[in-house]
Design a protein. Structure first.
Length: 551
């Protein structure tokens, strides 16, 4: 066939494929073999009882009892676009397995696929394997294109689908999710260029999060902020099925897993989301945006009058709202460890109330490169004394918390950070997740500071911990200029350590330097009382006190 004839047939095929998708007709055939290529999320698609591959298998059987679809997952923990090339080209006789027991890579690929579905990119962001520069993104796009062509040549699919990357953290504004959007645009463009189907699995998990938060302020798509739960897998499965034209099967999953995100009988439901909108420069006063939702369900209470009660000294832009949704802007000084607001809605004779907890803040300078803290000669062992800089010494002495820090020609500003339900560690006031502030390249470091006021001298303790499932984190901790911990936190038993300290009367300065290699990056530093002391009288500040005893 000459090139012109091939081009005409290819174009006609593309137009036919587009027409099929516009009309919503089925792209799957009754005996299709569908092969999923991905990372640990794809591994979970079969290893979890409610993984997306299992959900799709169930739904397709319900929708087409006479069908004989075969769905097979090749999911590998830690795999990215670049590393999957080794799996795609594996031809050795020795068996090779990924996450799913009994599914061998070579024979699975050689058996071919009628439909090939690729969902990669999460680990490229998480590790990260890709940098946040246009050059690095272009290189990643080239790797994806090469992998796509190798996989198609090996499996000979009739249809190939490229899926977007799912949520990494649950904040759209986080550096990881901003970068995720950039990679997803590249995936969509590659799908168009290569005649593939683009499946918005990432957008589906984001939409599910928004839907769930309107019913429950603590709703999560992924409780570890990477691997989706049953509802998250349902969102992935429905996106894939809809993309393949299987709208009935998608609706079955929707009804089974997502139809009742709020428990039966709980309507009307009052929910909310709170975010630190801005901070008052170098003052302790912060401004927060609180969005509320009133969901009536099948009840007749379609709208409600909503009010917000604040702690003493806080101010509100308006005293009440009426309707199904609204926004309060709140300004105050979060000087307690947790600061309670009460959101209340009344409709006819029904009232709902939620306590909104605002944790105290941290002062953070993040994103500084610090590879010298890790000794490459001994397997990247944390060596905190090698990682010390002149700026560390100033901060240990209580100086330099207003001026930006500089490293390798880049200036890194100090910012106020409020722990959030959208990140590892959640709303725990002791927690810091640097992914809220920086993309998290390999060997980055940050400083976290907090000032603690005690009316008297007292013995206390610091509880250091991390909730990451993968990552290596080194910490140095100083209280009032005295180092009380230096070590690899993630190497401690259960990623937890406790040290005794003394809080002096007046303001105490807590300084943490956190170094990170790769993967997740989160830690917590909680102050604990001794001998029944609940520390309820302590006050906290995220800016250096301007005078003894106050801010």
């Amino acid at each position: 066939m000459n090139k012109r004839a091939y081009a005409i047939l290819f174009t006609a095929g593309m137009l036919f494929g587009c027409a099929v998708r516009v009309r919503g007709e089925r792209l799957l055939r009754p005996n299709d073999r569908v092969v999923f290529v991905g990372d640990s999320i794809t591994g979970h698609s079969m290893n979890l009882a409610d993984g997306y591959c299992r959900q799709m298998t169930w739904a397709l059987k319900q929708a087409h009892p006479d069908g004989a679809h075969t769905l097979v997952s090749l999911g590998g923990s830690g795999q990215g676009v670049g590393s999957w090339m080794g799996r795609a080209t594996y031809t050795n006789s020795e068996p090779a397995y990924l996450d799913i027991r009994g599914i061998e890579v070579r024979t699975t690929l050689d058996a071919g696929a009628d439909v090939l579905v690729i969902m990669l990119g999460m680990n490229d962001l998480l590790a990260p394997y890709v940098g946040d520069t246009p050059e690095a993104i272009g290189k990643w796009r080239g790797q994806y294109e090469s992998l796509l062509r190798v996989l198609r040549a090996r499996t000979h699919p009739r249809l190939t689908a490229l899926c977007s990357v799912t949520l990494l953290t649950e904040d759209d504004r986080s550096p990881k999710n901003v970068m995720r959007d950039r990679l997803n645009r590249e995936i969509a463009a590659l799908a168009k260029a290569e005649g593939c189907l683009y499946v918005p699995t990432g957008e589906a998990t984001r939409d599910l999060l928004r839907r769930g938060r309107k019913l429950d302020p603590g709703f999560h798509v992924a409780r570890d902020f990477v691997h989706p739960g049953a509802a998250g897998h349902a969102a992935i499965a429905t996106a894939m099925l809809k993309g393949l034209g299987e709208t009935h099967a998608a609706r079955l999953i929707e009804d089974r897993y997502l139809g009742a995100l709020a428990p039966a009988g709980s309507y009307p439901v009052l929910s909310y989301e709170i975010a630190a909108r801005s901070h008052g420069g170098n003052t302790q006063t912060n401004t927060y945006t609180l969005t509320y939702w009133w969901s009536a369900g099948a009840t007749s209470n379609r709208s409600a009058a909503v009010t917000l009660a604040l702690p003493a000294g806080w101010r509100l832009d308006s005293q009440a709202h009426t309707g199904t949704d609204g926004v309060f802007t709140v300004t105050g000084c979060p000087d307690a460890l947790t600061n309670g607001l009460v959101l209340r809605a009344r409709a006819a004779d029904v009232e709902r109330a939620r306590t909104v907890t605002v944790p105290t803040s941290w002062r953070i300078c993040a994103g500084l490169p610090n590879p010298s803290a890790w000794s490459s000669t001994s397997g990247f062992t944390y060596t905190p004394t090698k990682g010390l800089r002149d700026t560390d010494r100033s901060l240990i002495l209580g100086e330099g918390f207003f001026a930006p820090l500089a490293k390798e020609g880049t200036v890194f500003p100090w910012v106020i950070h409020t722990p959030s339900v959208n990140y590892t560690g959640g709303e725990d006031p002791a927690s810091v997740d640097p992914f809220a502030l920086t993309f998290g390249k390999a060997f980055e470091s940050l400083y976290a500071a907090r000032w603690i006021y005690s009316a008297r001298r007292r013995e206390a303790g610091l509880h250091l911990s991390s909730s990451v499932f993968a990552g290596t984190i080194g910490l140095c901790v100083w209280l009032n200029g005295t180092r009380c911990y230096a070590g690899t936190l993630t190497a401690e038993p259960k990623k937890s350590a406790r040290v005794g300290v003394t809080l002096e009367a007046g303001w105490n300065r807590l300084l943490i330097k956190a170094d990170h290699t790769t993967w997740q990056w989160q830690f917590a530093c909680a102050v604990e009382g001794r001998d029944g002391d609940d520390l309820g009288d302590l006050r906290y500040a995220a800016v250096p006190p301007t005078r003894e005893g106050g801010l």
